[in-house]
Design a protein around this ligand. Structure first.
Ligand SMILES: NC(=O)c1ccc[n+]([C@@H]2O[C@H](COP(=O)([O-])OP(=O)(O)OC[C@H]3O[C@@H](n4cnc5c(N)ncnc54)[C@H](OP(=O)(O)O)[C@@H]3O)[C@@H](O)[C@H]2O)c1
Length: 265
C-alpha cells in the first residue's frame, strides 16, 4: 500500500514541486491551499487549509484520514516572510508571522500525532530554512520563526522517538519561488531605514531569482521519505550546506560582514 503524504502550502513553490514529485512517484498525495479551487490541477488532491485556524487544520487532517484511511508523512511547508526593519514591524505583524510559520506547523503536528502515535509510525518533515541558522537582516521575525521551528523540532525529535515517529528539518538556502511576491513589507516604514531596506529588498529579490529550483528541495524530501531512519537535519543547496559550517569556525565579525554583504546592508 502506498504511503499517504500531506503537503501544506502546495499551491506554489517548494510545496507544489514536492507534492507533484511525490504524486509522480506513486505516493497518495494531498496538497493544500487556502483557495484550493483557484489552484491548477497538479496530479494530486488539493484540500482547503489555513494553518492559522484550528478548525481548518482539523477539517483538513480529518479529510485525509477519511479519504486515504491513514496519514504516514506530514510535510509542514506553508509559510511566508514579512520584511522590513524589526523596529518597523508591529507586534501584530510579528505575531501574524509566527501564527503561520511557527504555530501553523505546531497545529498541524498536534492534529496528526494521535493517529501516528496509535500506529507507532510516521514522519514529520518541517521545512525550515538557512534563516533558521543565520538570521536575515530586515527579516527578523521570519528568521525568529524559523529559529523557533528549529528548537521546537529538536525537542519534538526526542519526545517522539519512543513512538517510532521521525522529526526532520529541511533547511534550504535561497530557492527560486514567488515567496518574495507573496510576502508583505512591514506597514509602518521609518525614513531612517529607507535606503538600507530598499537595498536589502533588491538584494533579497536577486538572491531568490538566483536560488536553487524548488524541485531540488522536492528531491531531498523524497529521499527523506524513502529512508527508513532519517536524521534530524538536511541542508539543501551548496549555500545552506557550507554556510553553517563556516559559521562554526570563523569569528562572528568576519561571518557577519559576509551576511551584510549578501543582503547589502
Ligand atoms: N523560497 C526560499 O528561498 C525559501 C528558502 C528556505 C525556506 N523556505 C520555506 O519554504 C516554505 C515554502 O516557501 P516557498 O518559497 O515555496 O513560498 P511560496 O511559493 O510563496 O509558497 C508558500 C505556500 O504557503 C502557503 N501558505 C501561506 N500562508 C498560508 C496559510 N496561512 N495557511 C496555509 N497555507 C499558507 C501558500 O498557499 P496559499 O497562499 O495558496 O494558501 C503557498 O502554497 C516556507 O516555509 C518558506 O519559509 C523558502
Amino acid at each position: 500500500m502506498s504511503q499517504t503524504i500531506l503537503v501544506t502550502g502546495a499551491s506554489s513553490g517548494i510545496g507544489q514541486a514536492t507534492a507533484r514529485l511525490l504524486a509522480e512517484r506513486g505516493f497518495t498525495v494531498f496538497g493544500t491551499a487556502r483557495k484550493p479551487d483557484s489552484a491548477k490541477p497538479q496530479g494530486f488532491t488539493m484540500l482547503a487549509l489555513d494553518v492559522r485556524s484550528d478548525d481548518s487544520v482539523h477539517a483538513c487532517v480529518e479529510q485525509v484520514v477519511a479519504q486515504a484511511g491513514r496519514l504516514d508523512v506530514l510535510v509542514n511547508n506553508a509559510g511566508y516572510t514579512v520584511t522590513g526593519a524589526a523596529e518597523e514591524t508591529s507586534v501584530e505583524e510579528a505575531k501574524a508571522q509566527f501564527e503561520t510559520n511557527f504555530f501553523g506547523s505546531v497545529r498541524m503536528v498536534n492534529a496528526v500525532l494521535p493517529s501516528m502515535r496509535a500506529r507507532g509510525a510516521g514522519k514529520i518533515i518541517n521545512i525550515s530554512s538557512l534563516a533558521g541558522n543565520t538570521a536575515i537582516p530586515y527579516s527578523a521575525f521570519y528568521s525568529a520563526s524559523k529559529f523557533a521551528l528549529e528548537g521546537y523540532s529538536e525537542s519534538l525529535w526526542h519526545e517522539l522517538r519512543p513512538f517510532g515517529i521521525s522529526v526532520i528539518l529541511v533547511e534550504p538556502g535561497f530557492v527560486n519561488t514567488p515567496i518574495g511576491e507573496a510576502s508583505p513589507v512591514a506597514a509602518r516604514p521609518l525614513a531612517a531605514y529607507d535606503a538600507t531596506r530598499n537595498r536589502m529588498l533588491a538584494a533579497f529579490g536577486h538572491a531568490l531569482e538566483r536560488g536553487i529550483p524548488p524541485e531540488q528541495v522536492a528531491r531531498r524530501v523524497l529521499q527523506i521519505i524513502e529512508q527508513r531512519a532519517p536524521g534530524l537535519r538536511y541542508r539543501v543547496g551548496a549555500q545552506a550546506t557550507w554556510l553553517p559550517r563556516v559559521r562554526n569556525v570563523v569569528p562572528w565579525k568576519v561571518y557577519a560582514a559576509g551576511v551584510r554583504k549578501t543582503f547589502a546592508v
